[in-house]
Design a protein around this ligand. Sequence first.
Ligand code: 13P
Length: 255
Amino acid sequence: MSTRKKRKVIAGNWKMNMTPSEAKELISGIYSRIKGKKGCDVVVCVPFVDIPVAAAATKGTIIKLGAQNVHFEQKGAYTGEISASMLKECGVQYVIVGHSERREYFGETDETVNKRAKAALEAGLNVIICVGEKLEEREAGITGEVVSRQTKLALQDIPVTMMQNVIIAYEPVWAIGTGKTASNEDADEVCGIIRAVVSGKYGKSVARGLVIQYGGSMNAKNCEGLLAMNNIDGGLIGGASLKPDDFAVIVNAAQ
Ligand code: 13P
């Protein structure tokens, strides 16, 4: 069991799901199941076009609003991109950067993850930085090395004063959307490695205060065991965040 007094953060990553009208319905479904629960922070990271509707639907609730990506420049000729200040003005408080799907399908690199994280933090957003190894890397026994490298590079030149707005999500790529979860112990061990990297760079107290989420097929059945681990301070949930009943079970498990 966790001995640290820190609020857990349960974030739903909706990915490319839900039109604005569906988003409104999903948020009201989630809220009706979790209202009154105050023991953890709850975030929904929605597609860009759902943001206005989601901002209205989450207003006055305990649900906070997140986006799934942000560009690193403030403005200019970057067709199709969205800046941190645009997100901020629309009521967004959190943004995911470096999700493995962006790394794999959209050319995201450790360098661009770092640039996006810095731009978001400078605009006053909270960032959820994703790291995680691929199956072949786990099989080659280099999980710790990969995750440490990704963590270090993502945090390059991020000052300690901004660390209170940083969350790191450990998402083993082979566990995402596959129904395969890391065992509680394996997930905890890797989250511990991430915490050690942060401790080496920023000191023990920052590392202790850092929220590290697990993500990758977390669901209503396995959430309790994962969230009870010492180094796991929350979850980044894909598929199960689209099902209000399941998402509410995960929020309950984090109370
Ligand atoms: P699943 O929960 O669908 O495996 O997705 C996890 C994820 O990628 C969250 O960012």
